[in-house]
Design a protein around this ligand. Structure first.
Ligand code: LLP
Length: 468
């Protein structure tokens, strides 16, 4: 039956290309291990996706260990190959902070970028060592700074308020506190305006006109050991030019900082490499991106006669985004005559708020019918009480029935980490798959979990009976 169908008109069209044309994982819609079983089911990491849903419930985040590890290795290998000095890739854990993901990237010898006490705690619990943790954020609380100082991680100082607060903590610090300074490089890139951060009107980092004063101040603080400068220009970027331009800006400021006597040995160029969410997305490969930033820094150092710093980069989305899919179960459908058909799934904006937040587009496929022609165009709707809760507009799919398994590709980044309990919908479970085995990495929330932090004070009267 399968052989009579034009497979390029089925969900198989989204499978990664064959090994000889292996793409950089960020250029692949599906995890690198995605295949189709004889039963015409999608498999990832050797696991049958509809079976995983039966076993672990729906919706389900399915993370492919092989893709995640391969991506970590590509970053490390590309840095080794293209950058003539020392280097370190650190995972921007805001993309997906959980013990398992942080443990895998730590095993792969990457550092971790954290932006809150919660992410810092997760990184430490996952086994990351303090000197491999970089703490970002434009409004770290006093408690967060105290925690970071106690742990001894690197602190990426964002502004004067933070700098002065940190100085008040130095008296109690056992050793000098290692910091980097974040600057706003004044580089614009073409991405959604909410995720641009490098242009001058940004809430992040010191403005260039503050920097000399900051360097002078920091150089007078013996308790601060300022080893580096940091900048991040935005996310889901497909152009390489902004990162090529960033090199010279950073080396320029490195030179100035050294003139102020700061012992700068690291430049951290942030993250930002985009991934493929739909076929028309055309991000550069990890290798190309790393080559661009490496050459930009190396060239600027050579031109300015500056010794090569350690190069740090902070991929988030491109490290974990393409390694995961979300599997949903199809429920109700509604056809509005002459307008559209809505196919509803059992999740939506609570497990993936990116479409409603950034109008992000995703690819949908059917995990239990990989070779059925995509004859319908439907709107995949979420289950939340909000008309804008649409997972995919105009999705090309086969005719669907309740119980079919709808899979959304490339959901590893900023999905779980931005998930909510809107409408008191419990957050889904997540599994990691590899070599035909699946293990739970995040337990599904229960409805009891949802009321766990609630309080019913006596003044409100008698509590209603517990659901437990
Ligand atoms: N470093 C810093 C300082 C960052 O602020 C970010 C992302 C990264 C690294 C990682 O960037 P990536 O490699 O993931 O592009 N929620 C948005 C994305 C926000 C990105 C915030 N910062 C989204 O879902 O598209």
């Amino acid at each position: 039956m399968v052989s009579t169908v034009d497979l390029s008109q089925t969900s198989r069209r989204y499978l990664p290309q064959s090994q000889e044309h292996a793409l950089s994982p960020n250029q692949s819609l599906l995890p690198v291990t995605a295949q189709v079983s004889p039963a015409d089911h999608l498999t990832i990491g050797g696991c049958d996706v509809p079976e995983l849903v039966k076993q672990f419930g729906s919706p389900l985040y399915i993370l492919d260990e092989a893709t995640l590890r391969a991506t970590c290795r590509q970053y490390r290998e590309a840095l080794r190959q293209h950058y003539p000095g020392p280097s370190l890739a650190i995972y921007a854990s805001k993309a997906w902070s959980c013990l398992a993901v942080c443990a895998v990237v730590t095993q792969e010898k990457l550092g971790i970028d954290v932006v809150s006490a919660g992410e810092l705690y997760t990184a430490i619990e996952a086994g990351a060592t303090a000197d491999h943790i970089y703490f970002h954020g434009n409004n770290k609380s006093l408690e967060e700074l105290q925690y970071a100082v106690a742990v001894g991680c690197r602190i990426v100082v964002d502004n004067w308020h933070e700098l002065r607060t940190l100085v008040t903590l130095l008296e109690t610090a056992a050793a000098p506190v290692t910091i980097l300074l974040r600057l706003t490089p004044g580089i614009e890139c073409h991405t959604h305006e909410y995720i641009q951060t490098g242009h001058l009107d940004s809430k992040f980092g010191f403005d260039p006109d503050q920097l000399e004063a900051v360097f002078a101040y920091v150089s007078q603080q013996p308790g601060l050991h300022c080893i580096g400068l940091h900048a991040h220009i935005g996310s889901q970027i497909f152009e390489t030019q902004p990162h090529a331009d960033l090199g010279d800006v950073m080396v320029h400021w490195l030179q100035k900082a050294v003139q102020h006597g700061l012992p700068i040995t690291e430049l951290d160029v942030g993250g930002g490499l985009g991934i493929r969410y739909v076929e028309s997305d055309d991000p550069p490969s990890i290798d190309t991106w790393v080559a661009t930033v490496s050459q930009a820094i190396a060239q600027a150092c050579e031109q300015r006669g500056v010794p090569l710093p350690r190069l740090i980069c902070e991929p988030g989305r491109s490290l974990v985004g393409s390694a995961c899919v979300t599997a949903y179960t199809v429920g109700s459908q509604k056809t509005v005559p002459d307008t559209r058909t809505y196919v509803a799934v059992d999740g939506g904006m609570s497990d993936n708020p990116r479409p409603i937040t950034y109008q992000s587009v995703y690819r949908a496929l059917v995990g239990n019918q990989m070779s059925t022609p995509l004859s319908e165009t439907v709107t995949v709707a979420g289950k939340h009480c909000e008309s804008g809760d649409v997972v995919v507009q105009a999705a090309a799919l086969p005719p669907l029935q309740a119980g079919d398994i709808l899979v959304i590709a490339a959901t590893g980044a900023y999905n779980y980490s931005m998930a909510s309990n809107y409408n008191r919908v419990p957050r889904p479970a997540a599994v990691i798959v590899g070599n035909g085995e699946a293990c739970l990495i995040i337990r599904r929330e229960t409805i009891q979990d949802l009321v766990r932090q609630d309080c019913l004070p006596a003044m409100l009267g008698n509590p209603t009976p517990s659901l437990e």
